[in-house]
Design a protein around this ligand. Structure first.
Ligand code: GLV
Ligand code: MN
Ligand code: MN
Ligand code: MN
Length: 418
């Protein structure tokens, strides 16, 4: 077993608190892609990686990648990749994503302090963007590292009309938004031994089981849409109810359809997280309404069937109410299985510490989904406190659980075999 300082868990919590001070908002944590808070977080992570003995690079999309170099006696070492994202949702939690960066930095720092090297390079990727907050498309960071970045996304605009291309050109990042530089930032899949992501569970399962850690079996895929409903604006006082084409009322019916349909299977979930009437007024019938839809399930076929029913239902509502629909579909992500060979090695590390092995699926999306396109992936979940709440400032973990996760992760690294 690897012996680590008992203070590592608390040190990770302290660092998460320190990072949370870099925020786009005053009274909470929002870290949207390429904002000043995001750049400050990026710089801090790079510094901590350097202090942990890593060679650090910041790539063309803004990922910070630190390498804890292999034992020099090993000829042509390959790479075990770990990491997660450092952007957040609006008013989010301080561990979502960041735990999966801070924890490997802490463990690499401990190896460095004791002069120990591994028989492979350990690369820690702090992915610049996963949540999709600014450009309404997720996995910008991991898609570049995986060589799966879609250059068409460079024309996507944020809420202020700034394109991703422009944001990158203004950022001072290497390449300045040049598609070729983004392509060249990909890691060579042949060099990889696998990808392992540590993440806060973001749900209540481990908490209810009384367990600090869990091994993820698969990550639920998702289908996401932006729906624009176009009706007819008009006077709220003079237009009889039967002569209206109210875009918000139509959208409300569609939202309830999503909820009703997604209640029909246990793992199926559907969320309308953004809903608004652009330029609305209290005395004007809504002429337009826009909303997002996020639909997920434990099985792709369940999700696909729900999506088909919901889209047909939206069409029916639109026709009946005389409104028009324009649908922007984000490329769906399939369910992602974790690799048994890596899960078993995580389980062995848990057993070594006398911990039970609990396997559970992930309902939340993770960078591992993107890395799965080029290598085997696995995930270690850490218990989420406060009833399992996440994407919320109340999200929390304990120092004891963070410590255990460090120990299990360190043993996993020590015993790792390709
Ligand atoms: C990201 O956190 C997601 O699961 O949507
Ligand atoms: Mn998240
Ligand atoms: Mn996350
Ligand atoms: Mn996420």
């Amino acid at each position: 077993m690897t012996t680590l300082s008992a203070a590592l868990g608390q040190a990770i919590l302290d660092r998460a608190a320190g990072l949370a001070r870099h925020s786009d908002m005053e009274d909470g944590l929002t870290c949207a892609y390429l904002t000043p808070a995001h750049r400050a977080t990026q710089a801090q992570l790079a510094q901590w990686m350097e202090e942990a003995g890593m060679r650090v690079r910041i790539d063309a999309i803004g990922n910070v990648v630190g390498r804890y170099e292999a034992d020099p006696a090993v000829a042509e070492p390959r790479v075990l990749l770990t990491g997660s994202h450092f952007d957040t949702v609006r008013n989010g939690g301080r561990y979502d994503g960041r735990l999966g960066i801070l924890l490997p930095i802490a463990v690499a720092g401990a190896l460095h302090a004791s002069g120990r090297r591994l028989p492979y390079h350990l690369d820690v990727a702090a992915f610049a963007e996963e949540e999709g907050l600014r450009f309404k498309t997720s996995f910008l960071g991991s898609s570049v590292l995986a060589g799966r970045f879609d250059p068409a996304l460079l024309e996507r605009r944020d809420a202020d009309g700034i394109t991703l291309r422009q944001a990158l050109a203004d950022s001072g990042l290497p390449g300045g938004g040049d598609p070729e530089a983004l392509r060249a930032a990909a890691i060579d899949p042949q060099s990889l031994l696998g990808y392992i992501e540590v993440h806060i569970e973001q749900g209540p399962v481990l908490l209810h089981q009384g367990l600090p850690l869990g091994v993820v079996t698969q990550i639920a895929g998702n289908s996401r849409f932006l729906v624009n409903v176009e009706g007819q604006a008009g006077h709220a006082g003079t237009t009889p109810m039967n002569l209206r084409r109210d875009a918000a009322a139509a959208a409300a019916e569609m939202v309830l359809l999503v909820e009703r349909r997604c209640r029909q299977a246990p793992t199926l979930v559907g969320t309308v997280g953004q809903l608004h009437v652009p330029n609305g007024s209290g005395n004007v019938i809504p002429g337009a309404c826009q909303f997002t839809m996020d639909i997920r399930a434990g099985e792709d076929r369940l999700r696909d069937a729900a999506v088909a029913d919901i889209l047909a239902g939206i069409e029916e509502i639109a026709q009946r109410r005389g409104v028009k629909i324009q649908l922007d579909r984000v490329t769906p992500v399939a369910n992602t299985p974790c690799a048994r060979r890596l899960m078993d090695q995580l389980a062995a590390a848990l057993k070594k510490r006398g911990l039970p092995v609990h396997e559970l699926p992930s309902g939340a999306g993770h960078d591992a989904m993107m890395m799965h396109r080029i290598t085997d992936v696995a995930m270690l979940f850490v218990r989420c406190g406060n009833g399992g709440i996440s994407h919320n400032p109340l999200e929390t973990i304990t120092a004891e659980d963070a410590q255990l996760a460090c120990e299990v992760f360190a043993d996993f690294l020590k015993d790792f075999s390709a």
